[in-house]
Design a protein around this ligand. Structure first.
Ligand code: KDG
Ligand code: MG
Length: 402
């Protein structure tokens, strides 16, 4: 079997998605997600101009060799654009392999390690009463884990607190919007939110919180300590993670578990975090961390050091990425949690898929391959729209971390 064609499909059914479709001489096709929020066209060009010409004529069965060829052969390694492009190729090749074998991809990864994939949703609100209503909504939908975010009083626009419910769309403007940040207000307010949520929902519901890289390590230590009475499953992205050693300081000050990795694209972004046991959950994804092949390598390393998976699954990761994530989630030994933000009905129609939610769990498709496709005709009805993530500024106007 040979690859005869590969095409990049950019579509915006409510938000932008980039999808690679690989076609073979035997008519078997595979899809891979290549969406990089706010930088979609950079990955589309990387694929079209630099990767697709190298794929034509290759044997689609040689997944590992193709990965190594694209990673090592290009001289320029890593980075979100390169790794999202490699991820798209890798994911599409796993899809083809599953279809050729007549098996869902998780069977090729060793088969099931669990019955379902436990997911968490986002409860967010403008104030504590709003957020309590949202947590109740997720509990009533059957979710066993909920991420809780509340607008910080006195701040204009808190990142991660969306107006939409069930969806989450932070890339909302043709040029970046701005949000304000005050560490003092945030640290003073956030523990009181979790006190109310625990009081209302009891000890069993798993609670999570995303700091969106806004703190320094010692501030994160203080927040983690203040949150200890409310037994969070994790505190996410407490600090920007370029300085992996910085997490030693957080660890020294709190027993609140730490999750990080949604912006990581390689095992080299997290090897110190994992091997020094500075984190509890690694949140890297199929689309941004080199596909199923590389993400599995990261999860295998993590398993040796008591670190579980907790993959990012916001709406900017397409249903193709979600389908691929679920095959990994259900098969690896050290699965922790999977984020699950629902897609809009328009997105679901463009990406018909066989995975489904039931009773707090997502279940991968049982169809051969990934069990997801793209309706190219429908996709063409939604042209690309520039959309940026907002920039955060401190109260004095300084550009702040995100
Ligand atoms: O593209 C950025 C979003 O996916 C991100 O802000 C979502 O932090 C996020 C999360 O945990 O879902
Ligand atoms: Mg996050």
């Amino acid at each position: 079997m040979r690859i005869t064609d590969a095409r990049v499909i950019v579509t915006s059914p409510g938000r932008n998605f980039v999808t690679l479709k690989i076609v073979t001489d035997e008519g078997v096709t595979g899809v891979g997600d290549a969406t990089l929020n706010g930088r979609e066209l950079a990955v589309a060009s990387y694929l079209t101009d630099h990767v697709i010409p190298l794929l034509i004529g290759r044997d689609p069965a040689r997944i590992e060799d193709t990965w190594q060829y694209l990673y090592k052969g290009a001289y320029w390694r890593r980075g979100p654009v390169t790794m999202s492009a490699i991820a798209a190729v890798d994911t599409a090749l796993w899809d083809i392999k599953g279809k050729v074998a007549g098996l869902p991809v998780y069977q090729l990864l060793g088969g099931r390690s669990r019955e379902g994939v436990t997911v968490y949703g986002h409860a967010n609100g403008e104030n504590v009463d709003d957020v309590l209503t949202e947590v109740a909504r997720y509990r009533d939908l059957g979710y066993r884990a909920v991420r809780v975010q509340t607008a910080v009083p006195g701040l204009e626009g808190t990142y991660g607190v969306s107006k939409d419910k069930l969806f989450y769309e932070p890339a909302d403007a043709a040029l970046p919007g701005e949000t304000a940040w005050s560490t003092e207000r945030y640290l003073g307010f956030t523990p009181s939110v979790f006190a109310r949520v625990r009081e209302e929902f009891g000890p069993e519901l798993r609670l999570l919180h995303d700091v969106h890289h806004r703190l320094t390590p010692i501030e994160a230590g203080r927040l983690g300590l203040a949150l200890e009475p409310y037994a969070l499953t994790w505190m996410e992205d407490p600090v920007p993670a370029e300085l992996q050693e910085g997490f030693r300081l957080i660890r020294a000050h709190t027993r609140t578990p730490i999750a990080v990795g949604e912006v990581f694209n390689s095992v080299w972004d997290c090897h110190t975090l994992i091997t020094e046991q500075l984190i509890d959950y690694i949140r890297a994804t199929v689309v941004h961390a080199g596909g199923i092949t590389h993400l599995r390598r990261i999860f295998d390393l993590a398993a040796l050091y008591h670190v579980r998976s907790g993959s990012h699954g916001a709406t900017d990761l397409s249903p193709v990425c979600m389908a691929a994530a679920l095959h990994l989630d259900v098969s690896i030994p050290n699965f922790g949690l999977q984020e699950y933000m629902r897609h809009t009905p328009e997105t679901d129609a463009v990406f018909p898929h066989g995975y489904h939610f039931e009773d707090g769990y997502l279940h991968p498709s049982e169809e051969p391959g990934l069990g997801v496709d793209i309706d190219e005709e429908l996709a063409a009805a939604y042209p690309y729209k520039p959309a940026y993530l907002p920039v955060s500024r401190l109260m004095d106007g300084t550009v702040h971390s995100w």
